[in-house]
Design a protein around this ligand. Structure first.
Ligand SMILES: Nc1ncnc2c1ncn2[C@@H]1O[C@H](COP(=O)(O)OP(=O)(O)OP(=O)(O)O)[C@@H](O)[C@H]1O
Length: 238
């Protein structure tokens, strides 16, 4: 397994946001995560990427226990992530944003990573915006840049946090096509998303979180049809 999360627990005082969580992702696999607001989805990403330390449990990545491993080392080990609200360097160009990610994540010189950055921009449909300031991009372009920056670090696992939120139906379809292309390159994907139809177009397996616990897991369409999952999803787009 590429990622193995076992018995993960995180509490903030008396609030438990991850509870006895087990989760695996195989190399090249695409796994979706859904759950109501506050279910602990982003917290799980923060625990995997290293921004938060678990109260208990283990996270192994690519054969290595991540306990005590700082976020930069996790990035270099192959964990790339996007944030729910895109966080580019607004005053750098699109290309410069990628260079920062690539130099930082791959530990190589700008010259060595420049070609790879160009290729990623092309794959993500951003090449013609390469010299635009990141701060001038549309929402869809910012989401694309967020993914491109993560890919620039050469991840084995890409964590996508609500990348489809706020887009029009057409834009969402374009983004799904791009994520499918990324999959074909062999990168494993763990994707948190409220826009369930976008998720279902890409993933192999679906995990449902509620109050920090995993309440369902399996073949995506079968999981969505479970009455308990339906119950939780009343009021959330499905
Ligand atoms: N640093 C913190 N201190 C205290 N409570 C926190 C902290 N970080 C997150 N929480 C709480 O943990 C719970 C889970 O938050 P989290 O952001 O992981 O949920 P989520 O499932 O990603 O929700 P959403 O779909 O709204 O993004 C929430 O109740 C949140 O208020």
């Amino acid at each position: 397994m590429l990622l193995e999360v076992t018995g993960l627990r995180k509490s903030f005082g008396s609030i438990v946001v991850a509870d006895a969580l087990d989760l695996v992702v195989a190399p090249g696999e695409a796994v979706g995560i859904i759950g109501p607001n506050g279910a602990g989805k982003t917290t799980l990403f923060n625990l995997i990427a290293g921004g938060l330390t678990p109260t208990a449990g283990h996270i192994r990545f690519d054969g290595r226990d991540l306990l005590g491993v700082a976020p930069p080392a996790r990035c270099r080990a192959g964990i790339g992530r996007t944030h729910q609200i895109p966080q580019p360097f607004e005053k750098l160009t699109v290309f410069e944003n990628l260079l920062v990610g690539a130099v930082y994540g791959r530990q190589k010189s700008e010259r060595e990573v420049a070609q790879a950055c160009g290729e990623i921009l092309e794959r993500l449909g951003l090449l013609r915006r390469a010299n635009a300031l990141a701060g001038s991009l549309t929402l869809l372009e910012r989401k694309r840049l967020e993914m491109a920056r993560a890919l620039a670090t050469a991840p084995k696992l890409l964590l996508l946090d609500e990348i489809a939120g706020g887009l029009t139906e057409g834009e969402c379809g374009e983004l799904v096509a791009t994520i499918r292309e990324i999959r074909k390159t062999g990168v494993a994907i763990l994707w948190i998303e409220h826009v369930v139809h976008a998720l279902l177009a890409v993933i192999d397996r679906l995990v449902v979180l509620n109050f920090g616990r995993k309440i369902a897991e399996g073949e995506p369409k079968a999981v969505m049809q479970r009455p308990d999952v339906h119950q939780i999803y009343i009021g959330i787009e499905a």
